[in-house]
Write a protein that binds this ligand. Structure first.
Ligand SMILES: C[S@@+](CC[C@H](N)C(=O)[O-])C[C@H]1O[C@@H](n2cnc3c(N)ncnc32)[C@H](O)[C@@H]1O
Length: 255
């Protein structure tokens, strides 16, 4: 299948690890097969996978250009309806067996995965499922070259601690977008720290967890005040952000 695409969605499509993880999770889905929602369907790649498993697929996309591509890409499939709408304003009339929502980004800060799922979950059947199922976030102490929030894309930094898991979410639960955590990290060398590296692992289903790939949650690098450290120091950091409100919502401080 040759997909009509925008340049952003072409980059998403080229990320084989990302696309195959979703392909595998959709193929592995076990449950009722009446209706699936694909929320933020982009150019319709995941809906294309869903169409073989469900009697009905409803695919919502806010961006007009991506919607037009999805409409064209999926036009031969009578069981797929593509709608150009903000999920948060969409008038759902039926409950689905499965919600697929790939509005992921590192720690779910910059995109709307959590606000969208908190709203759309009321239109999921009681025994319904969500792909991905959840997310696991880890943090490490680092020394950064750049003193602003940025993603780990061809940048240099030095790692000063082992990663710790600081949060884990199951998307079937109601999730408060206002996140706050007190982290304690142990340094494994001496020097200067001035940042945190956040890495997210996406739990597609009970069996499949994937780490970052170029277009799926590249690690996020967040500045901290500069601090001299020795080996085995315990460093306490308070981390706050609002999921869905962008990287400007991130706050860090030592406590
Ligand atoms: C990371 S892309 C993933 C696209 C597609 N699901 C895929 O996996 O190839 C997220 C998509 O969600 C769309 N989106 C973001 N917020 C939305 C909203 N509130 N309602 C509908 N679509 C939204 C974006 O325009 C974008 O196309």
């Amino acid at each position: 299948m040759k997909f009509k695409t925008t340049s952003y969605h072409f980059d998403l499509l080229k990320d084989n690890d990302r696309v195959s993880a979703f392909f595998e999770a959709i193929n592995d889905y076990e449950g009722n097969n009446n209706l699936a929602y694909d929320l933020g369907c982009g150019i319709g790649v995941l809906s294309y996978f869903l169409k073989d498993h469900f009697g009905e697929v409803t695919s919502l996309e806010i961006d007009k250009k991506a919607y037009c591509c999805a409409k064209e890409n999926l036009k031969s499939f009578d069981n797929v309806e593509v709608v150009n709408e903000d999920v948060l304003k969409y008038n759902f009339t039926k409950k689905a067996d499965l919600i697929v929502c790939e509005m992921l980004d590192t720690a779910l800060i910059d995109e709307e995965e959590i606000p969208v799922l908190n709203y759309a979950k009321q239109f999921l059947k009681e025994d319904g499922k969500i792909i991905p199922q959840g997310i696991i976030n880890t943090a490490e102490l680092v020394n950064l070259e750049r003193h602003y929030v940025h993603w780990d894309e061809e940048v240099n930094y030095e790692v000063y601690s082992k990663p710790i898991v600081y949060s884990e979410f199951n998307f079937l639960n109601e999730i408060n977008p206002e996140f706050g955590a007190y982290l304690t990290l142990k340094t494994d060398k001496s020097g200067i720290i001035n940042g945190l590296k956040i890495t997210s692992y996406t739990k597609l289903n009970d069996k499949l967890i994937v780490g970052p790939s170029p277009m799926l949650n590249p690690p996020l690098l967040i500045p901290l005040d500069e601090k001299s450290v020795n080996v085995n120091d315990l460093i306490n950091v308070k981390l706050k952000y609002i999921m869905g409100n962008g990287i400007e919502s991130i706050r860090t401080e030592y406590y």
